[in-house]
Design a protein around this ligand. Sequence first.
Ligand SMILES: [Zn+2]
Length: 118
Amino acid sequence: MTWTPPATTKTYGWKRTSSSREGRGDWSRLRPFAWRRDCGLCQHIRYDTGLPCLAAGAVVDHIVPISQGGSTALDNLQVMCEYHHTRKTALEAAEGRRKARQGHRLGPGRGRRPGTLE
Ligand SMILES: [Zn+2]
């Protein structure tokens, strides 16, 4: 008896949108510039001192997330240390969930779906 396994390659009907790629292309090119401008130091403003953290940076991050209408321009990029990046990401996720619950009343959209990562 012969058994043929079910075909695992499916062709999906939907078109792949490039919306998440087009922004990423720009900003990954700008990352080294942001890193050099900030000397590789965390630019996150500390709430307690009102001064930049200046710890050794771990990532280049968007100051205003793309999902909230931020641009991929150099002036919307900053170096962040691992600690502040983790915190910011968590805060943004919480914020995103809160807004999603309220419905999409705010947010300029600009052709992007709110909540799209980066
Ligand atoms: Zn920091």
